[in-house]
Design a protein. Structure first.
Lengths: 322, 622
């Protein structure tokens, strides 16, 4: 890191958080560039968090038109048609986010992220995707991994009162505090495709049910636009679950029908869950950029029903990625 | 999630918006700095939920107008306070009003949300919260061993002496060696008429860092097992005339003459740099000079404020020079400010997580989903695969004097201790009862109130000065005193036990309060976790001598939580282990309005946000 000092304005504004992660980390944040694709409530929360944290820039991608569903769980969109009329979700969110911290450059990029090339991705240090198909997630993740510089990749999705985060930091070196000492560590992350290909029987028995449930739900939703899945699809999902469980030698009762039902029916996000998951994601991205503190590897789940925020390491120890 | 019901909320906050809030309190903007938090927050929330009814009170939650009747109107109370005193107060009012309370706190990456329902769960005070750390007088005045001791000296002694209320008692040695200067020993800190400011500055410097150290150093006993401090004289550190030095500095650097800052004046720009002894000394003299040159009117009325740049510079410089004397490492302004100002470090992400969890619990309360109430802990390090750990609430502590009306015991020397000592050290400091009524049987020994007549006031004042055994209704061994707080609707019975001697070091107050036991842990792990993670629940008040709350956070390491064995203390079966305590920061409550309640027509929610720095309690060195 170069010796560029924080400005007086930055020192005053970021005082309380500099006391948490230090001036050096703050400098790194101010030079980082984040790309976000798919802006629902959780992503809105995440954006708010990193803008407040003082990243260098934030680029938003979401060409969808604002609907009632959009502003009901996305606090960046005021429920006023005079304000949001005629604008895309990204555009409205951009206007709101700029307000939170004038020192952060917030902008909108139109188009389809999965069709853009490596040169575009190279501008960023972090890419966060949400509300897209499994195929798209794999594609974007691969594009990130192809670059010579490390581009951190995250997916985040919330359905009903549950949330999931996936993290891919490729090869990540970081420091952590152990009492008075600073220890240098390293973590190796599998790609998204590698992770979800890990056979279920290789996972610990008490692995989060949400992991399995969401894989089933997402697979059923594959090829369809996000939000299109509904209660009518429940029988199909239950059948799929049975098949997946059998194929993976997993006890089908481990993933309850009621959980699947919740996830199928509850396409809308629950605002407090957005805050929780958006907060965790924000923290993770800050850790990745600052290289300070142990980042989670590689899935995070939250479910209001049991109130737990769980980390699952879904990786095949035999396969060393990249 | 759109609520179909009309939601009503009341927000109470006595504080105004500061720049340092903006990194996380996202309802506020730069343009709002200086305005009322309660009002701006209300306006911001209405922008995205215009159908809500929100009332904002720019007030202190401890104001008597927020009485039990006031609290009774709510279905749930959500706290976002930053000091223990206010939290205890609200806890008692919620118990009296029988309104569920959702408490919370954050510090850096740690945080927690807890639910308190009278009769069903522990109240906020069932588990004693650690009081803010205080230091023995002699450590501050004579034998500092840590930087924080130097800060306390610089802030509560030197700064107070030079710029604060002259009539306030102060433990600084004021007599100079120059006894011939006057027949009556003169206060060396007072600037003589027409005394040159540089000369005055150096005189003070030499007195506190030179002479006083030499005097202290001469006491053999004190230094038997400790390293002697080294006296430091200005002539040794800065042989040249300071004004010359300043002049040179000014020529070389871009000097900001508009803001009153010694650092700016001397070209020391980076608050993260650790100054040398020389730099600290220059800042010391320059800051002193600037106070007299630009802020003379304030001298005599100033109290330390962490947002007062010049005050922070002065205190940092003074603490550093003292540290140099005692072989303690020097610190940067940034670090010193954090210690002197009891700054709680805070980030937006933790606050967002905790805010979400608060809403989740609040909804459970409104739905009366008792079995689902949880205490949830936000961890910095993954423990048992969890970053968010829910625990079932405990049953009320039967020994809690707040919610279970268990009597306490007090060991005290009834022939030596006065009623005043009892009131200050026990009733106010330990029990948190600020407007007490003290009775012995049916005899009123002491009370506070606006409705007292002159005779009563005089009577009570007289009683304060009497030793316990000499009170009109004598308090001796075996007496039971009743202490009440009418506002909090709290009654507390204390059994008095006479004891002759007390250990000066371990029991400096000459009193020992007991009988209020901690809730028994399920396993040993829990006890140590409680101790290690006992992060102060906010400072007491900004002027009290306190340690940096962050210290406790750094020291603690999360231990493995084991499955609990005993079940009697839980609300229902099969739950997790223990309880942590973290401090809080102010945070957003924006989700509060998004509630879904099938039962009531009007869901009333109260939000409290209170910074106690306003209540200027000047405390003596402890």
């Amino acid at each position: 890191m170069d010796g560029e000092e924080l400005t007086e304005q930055e020192t005053a504004l970021y005082d309380r958080q500099i006391r948490v992660w230090g001036a050096d980390a703050q400098r790194r944040l101010s030079k980082s560039h984040i790309l976000v694709c798919g802006m629902k409530g959780t992503v809105a929360e995440f954006c708010k968090n990193i803008v407040l944290a003082g990243v260098g820039s934030l680029t938003l991608m979401d060409d969808r038109v604002v609907t009632e569903e959009a502003w009901s769980a996305n606090f960046l969109i005021p429920p006023d048609e005079n304000v949001y009329g005629g604008k895309t979700i990204a555009e409205v969110c951009c206007d709101s986010l700029k307000d939170f911290n004038p020192m952060v450059r917030v902008s909108v990029e139109k188009g389809d992220l999965s069709s853009l090339d490596g040169e575009f991705y190279d501008k960023f240090d972090v890419v966060v995707v949400s509300c897209c198909s499994v195929t798209t997630k794999k594609l974007i993740n691969e594009k990130c991994r192809k670059l010579s510089k490390r581009v951190a990749f995250y997916t985040v999705d919330c359905r009903d009162s549950c949330g999931e985060i996936f993290v891919d930091l490729q090869n990540h070196k970081y420091s952590k505090q152990k009492i008075e000492e600073t220890i240098e560590c390293q973590l190796q992350y599998p790609s998204f495709e590698e992770a979800i290909s890990v056979p279920w029987r290789a996972l610990p028995r008490k692995a989060s049910k949400l992991y399995f449930a969401l894989r089933g739900v997402f697979e059923e939703a594959e090829g369809r636009s996000p939000g299109e899945i509904s209660i009518a699809d429940l029988p199909a999902v239950l059948k799929l679950k049975k098949e997946l469980c059998e194929a993976n030698a997993l006890n089908a009762s481990h993933v309850t029908d009621s959980l699947l039902e919740r996830l199928i029916i509850g396409t809308r996000e629950f605002p407090p869950v957005c805050a929780v998951v958006g907060g965790i994601l924000g923290q993770e991205v800050i850790k990745a950029i600052s290289c300070k503190g142990e980042p989670l590897k590689n899935f995070f789940f939250f479910d209001v029903m049991d109130g737990k925020g769980v980390v699952e390491d879904v990786s095949n120890p035999k396969k060393e990625s990249k | 999630m759109v609520s179909e019901r009309q939601l009503e909320a009341i927000k109470i906050d006595m504080d105004t918006i500061e720049v340092s809030n903006l990194n996380r309190q996202f309802l506020f903007r730069q343009s709002h700095v200086g305005q009322s938090k309660a009002k701006v927050a209300r306006d911001a929330v209405l922008k995205f939920r215009p159908q809500m009814s929100i009332t904002a009170h720019h007030a202190n939650v401890k104001d008597p107008k927020f009485n039990v009747e006031f609290f009774k109107q709510f279905n749930v109370v959500l706290n976002g306070l930053d000091n223990l005193d206010a939290r205890r107060h609200v806890n008692r009012l919620c118990l009296a009003a029988d309104v569920p309370l959702v408490e919370s706190g954050t510090t850096g990456f740690l945080g927690q949300v807890t639910v308190h329902v009278k009769g069903k769960t522990e109240c906020y005070e069932c588990q004693p919260k650690p009081a803010p750390k205080t230091y023995p007088v002699c450590t501050i005045t004579s034998t500092p061993s840590k930087f924080v001791h130097c800060i306390v000296w610089a802030k509560d002694l030197l700064f107070a002496k030079l710029f604060g209320d002259k009539n306030q008692e102060n433990d600084l040695n004021v007599r100079s060696s120059d006894a011939s200067s006057s027949a009556h020993a003169e206060d060396v800190f007072v600037r003589r008429k027409d005394e040159d400011i540089d000369q005055y500055g150096r005189r003070i410097y030499d007195h506190v860092f030179g002479y006083n150290i030499e005097v202290a150093s001469s006491n053999e006993e004190t230094w038997k097992n400790r390293n002697r401090p080294k006296p430091i004289y200005s002539a040794d550190v800065m042989p040249e005339n300071l004004t010359e030095q300043n002049g040179n500095v000014a020529k070389n650097c871009v000097v900001d003459t508009s803001s009153v800052s010694a650092m700016a004046s001397l070209g020391l720009k980076n608050p993260q740099d650790t100054w040398t002894l020389l730099e600290s000394s220059r800042i010391f003299l320059e800051a002193l000079k600037l106070f007299f040159a630009k802020r003379e009117k304030e001298i005599g009325n100033l109290s330390f404020d962490k947002d007062d740049q010049l005050a922070v510079e002065f205190v940092t410089a003074a603490a550093n020079i003292r540290a140099a004397s005692f072989g303690i490492s020097l610190h940067s302004l940034f670090e010193a400010k954090g210690i002197a100002g009891n700054i709680v470090h805070a980030v937006a992400t933790t606050n967002a997580i905790i805010a979400g969890l608060i809403v989740i619990e609040a909804i459970k309360v409104l739905l009366k989903d008792t079995d689902k109430y949880r205490m949830t802990y936000c961890l910095e390090h993954i423990t048992k695969k969890m970053l968010l750990m829910p625990v079932e609430p405990y049953e009320p502590n039967k020994s809690c004097y707040v919610c279970s009306e268990t009597p306490l015991s007090l060991e005290i020397n009834t022939s030596r201790s006065k009623l005043r000592d009892f009131v200050e050290k026990i009733v106010k400091a330990k029990l948190g009862i600020n407007f007490p009524l003290i009775m012995h049987g049916s005899n009123l020994l002491y009370e506070v109130g606006d409705d007292l007549d002159e005779v009563e006031v005089a009577n009570y004042a007289a009683n304060l000065e009497k030793v316990l055994s000499q009170l009109p209704s004598p308090v001796t061994n075996g007496t039971m005193l009743t202490v009440e707080d009418l506002q909090q609707e709290l009654t507390c019975n204390i059994n008095i036990k006479h004891r002759e001697e007390f250990d000066e070091e371990k029991e400096p107050d000459g009193m020992l309060l007991s009988g209020w036991t901690q809730a028994p842990p399920a396993k040993d792990d829990k006890q140590s976790m409680n101790d290690k993670q006992s992060i102060g629940n906010g400072g007491d008040s900004s002027n009290a001598l306190q340690t940096e709350p962050a210290d406790a956070v750094k020291d603690g390491e999360m231990e493995e939580i084991s499955e609990p064995s005993g079940k009697k203390r839980k609300l229902s079966e099969g739950s997790k282990a223990s309880i942590l305590d973290a401090t809080d920061g102010t945070r957003n409550h924006k989700e509060v309005e998004k509630l879904d309640d099938d039962d009531d027509d009007d869901d009333d929610v109260v939000m409290f946000d209170d910074l106690d720095s306003m209540t200027n309690k000047k405390k003596r060195l402890q």
